[in-house]
Design a protein around this ligand. Structure first.
Ligand SMILES: C[S@@+](CC[C@H](N)C(=O)[O-])C[C@H]1O[C@@H](n2cnc3c(N)ncnc32)[C@H](O)[C@@H]1O
Length: 397
């Protein structure tokens, strides 16, 4: 079990204990009865439909409904926590002072604390969600500040002088749809960026759904045009090439060892057991430069393996833009064999490529080097003293 999974495993009994208390149930073991599993699974189905498929709950007060808040705590909290650990693990420096906006019961706030933050504030408009975050902090013996905050009512942020602002699955719920929503989200994100100290990071995580991902990419383009640099995952500095075709989008994927309770809840709720999928963006404060791209011809792999007849293909996105990358099996050599085992998110350096169709073909003269495996920082490594302990490689590669 990798480091993030071990930390999450420690949270699971705390989540169950706080869930029992919030539902006014007697104390019990760190597992659920079959009846409790069925009840929670039914609320998970409601959340899943309302937040991902029909989207009827997005922007609603579902966190104030004890049944739905309980299901969020037991099922979505661990997923958001795991996403937060992954993205925070990609930062070059360990953030000390962190603000979690739209925190709900605080999965990203606690991910930041576990990643080494010392001072974390969780902010949300839902009082019951913040109360659960405080209960979790007490259960874990962690210090967590909470603030009631609603950006649709106030332009003020609840803290400043921050090393990181984390915003998980909030933006898609704010300000409605279309151009006016995009403008108001961009204004909020600019305020969050202005609350950062130099070298700080704004971390945005959104669901890996086509529409919410594309909205995040549109927001990226607005901010890039206003002069903000992207720390991750983009290597391309122009307008996002995934927005050119309306069928394209971009998301990340990481291996996820689901805690057993999550597996059981997913099975009973009838949801697919999946890898950890999300769309994310890490932005730098105004005036900070883009990270230097790795030397050589580099691409981030932004698709799954697209196998064709006798060849392996991926979509890559690098300093030159987004394009197809392909290698025929008959051209496999020791120097390019790594191409056949790439994962979404890996950053690779390629040599001796030839233009072919919409992209590049590798040849028997090509070499393929993984510059950074998915989830690892591409920019220069941390010095020993500032290294973030990311544990064993999540992908095991
Ligand atoms: C999907 S949850 C995400 C919770 C947590 N950040 C995570 O990543 O799991 C969205 C959160 O946004 C909050 N939210 C939605 N609209 C809000 C608003 N106008 N002001 C403040 N919080 C809001 C909800 O209360 C909820 O806690």
């Amino acid at each position: 079990m990798d480091r993030y999974a071990q930390d999450l495993a420690r949270w699971m009994p705390r989540l169950v204990a706080v869930w029992r208390r919030s539902r006014k149930l007697p104390e019990g073991p760190p597992t659920l009865t079959a009846k409790e599993v069925r009840e929670v699974a039914s609320a998970i189905r409601t959340l899943s439909l309302g937040l991902t498929r029909e989207r009827s709950l997005a922007g609603g007060r579902y966190m104030d409904d004890p049944r739905l808040l309980g299901a969020y705590l037991l099922f979505y909290w661990p997923v958001s926590y795991a996403q937060g650990r992954q993205v925070l693990g990609e930062l070059r420096t360990r953030p000390r002072r962190v603000l979690d906006l739209g925190s709900g019961p605080g999965p990203l706030a606690f991910a930041a604390l576990d990643a080494g933050a010392a001072e974390v504030t969780a902010a949300d408009r839902s009082r019951p969600a913040l109360a659960l975050a405080r209960e979790l902090a007490a259960e874990a013996g962690e210090a967590l500040a909470t603030r009631e905050w609603d950006p649709q009512r106030t332009g003020e942020l609840p803290a400043s002088g921050l090393d990181a602002v984390v915003v998980g699955h909030l933006l898609n719920e704010l300000f409605g749809k279309g151009e006016p929503a995009l403008g108001r989200r961009a204004a909020l994100v600019e305020r969050a960026l202005a609350a950062l100290r130099p070298a700080g990071s704004l971390v945005l995580i959104e669901p890996a759904l086509r529409d919410t991902s594309r909205e995040l990419l549109q927001l990226r383009d607005v901010l890039v045009r206003r002069g903000f640099a992207v720390r991750a995952p983009c290597l391309f500095r122009g307008d996002c090439p995934a927005l050119v075709k309306s069928s394209d989008w971009c998301h990340a994927e990481r291996v996820f060892s689901m805690p057993p309770l999550l597996e059981e809840l997913a099975r009973v709720a009838g949801l697919h057991k999946e890898a950890l999928k999300m769309s994310y963006l890490v932005l730098a404060p105004k005036g900070e430069p883009w990270p230097e791209p790795p030397p050589g011809r580099t691409f981030r792999i932004v698709s799954e393996a697209l196998e064709g007849k006798g060849r392996q293909r991926y979509m890559g996105c690098g300093p030159e833009g987004r394009m197809g990358l392909a290698l025929q099996e008959k051209h496999r050599t020791a120097a390019n064999a790594a191409f056949f085992q790439l994962s979404r998110g890996d950053v690779v350096e390629l040599t001796e490529t030839e233009p072919r169709g919409d992209g590049l073909a590798l040849t028997e003269r090509s070499a393929v080097r993984v510059v950074a495996a998915a989830g690892r920082s591409v920019s220069s490594p941390l010095s020993h003293t500032e290294r973030v302990d990311v544990g064993a490689p999540v992908t095991g590669r």
